[in-house]
Design a protein around this ligand. Structure first.
Ligand SMILES: Cc1cc2nc3c(=O)[nH]c(=O)nc-3n(C[C@H](O)[C@H](O)[C@H](O)COP(=O)(O)O)c2cc1C
Length: 195
């Protein structure tokens, strides 16, 4: 089968993200979101630990999140001026729906934490790809939110939990510019065992 006869491969070869600030209404409704999350949870997961969870942020909750994040930013950056705080407040409002993927990787007798975290990355990619396949625009971002103790508190993260990504999902009707992709010859080698 050549690639043009395989719509999944064609999609994978052409998929691209849309930057969050271009993502307007509509976002996915409850049914569409459920489909996106089910696709997100269908990932390789060594040990069947499901070492991740979803936290959905949408509607008015985004405003509350923006205010809380601006406060967290101010706490960590006492010099921040009003303009900067306004910018931080607005970040949560860029897209109608944010799917937060939270890694719950923990010490396990057999499965390394690294593998559990990789599985959370796969969840992010599946959420992103599912949303784009369903006709939405989407972007995987972390911002400083993913690495700030104040932000973790706002989002109710447990001690062992980390943000893998905030997948912003919405609608963008215009064209989306692609970005340069790696040259395959630069990243592919073959191990032949011959040395
Ligand atoms: C873990 C992770 C975190 C990211 N965080 C950000 C971010 O905070 N801000 C940003 O502008 N892009 C971020 N990006 C990159 C965007 O998702 C970017 O749009 C993406 O690399 C475009 O690739 P694509 O078109 O192949 O989907 C992040 C990517 C990854 C994998």
């Amino acid at each position: 089968m050549n690639t043009s006869e395989n719509s999944v491969i064609e999609f994978m070869l052409g998929r691209r993200s849309t930057i969050a600030r271009l993502l307007g209404e509509p976002g996915p409704d409850d049914d569409a979101l459920e489909t996106i999350l089910r696709a997100g949870a269908r990932v390789p997961d060594h040990g069947k630990l499901a070492p991740w969870r979803f936290l959905i942020i949408r509607g008015n909750a985004r405003k509350a999140l923006g205010s809380a994040m601006a406060l967290a930013f101010q706490t960590a950056n006492s010099q921040a001026d009003a303009e900067r705080l306004d910018h931080e407040r607005g970040l949560a409002l860029r897209a109608p729906v944010i799917v937060t993927v939270i890694s719950k990787a923990a010490q396990h007798r057999k499965i390394p934490k690294w593998e559990q975290e990789l599985s959370a990355g796969a969840v992010c990619q599946n959420v992103l790809a599912a949303a784009i396949a369903m006709g939405y625009g989407a972007q995987w971002v972390t911002e400083w939110w993913a690495y700030d103790a104040g932000a973790a508190k706002v989002l109710g993260l447990g001690d062992d939990e980390k943000i893998a990504g905030f997948i912003h999902i919405g609608t963008h009707d215009g064209p989306v510019a692609d970005r340069p992709r790696p040259v395959m010859a630069d990243i592919v080698t073959e191990w032949t065992g011959e040395n």
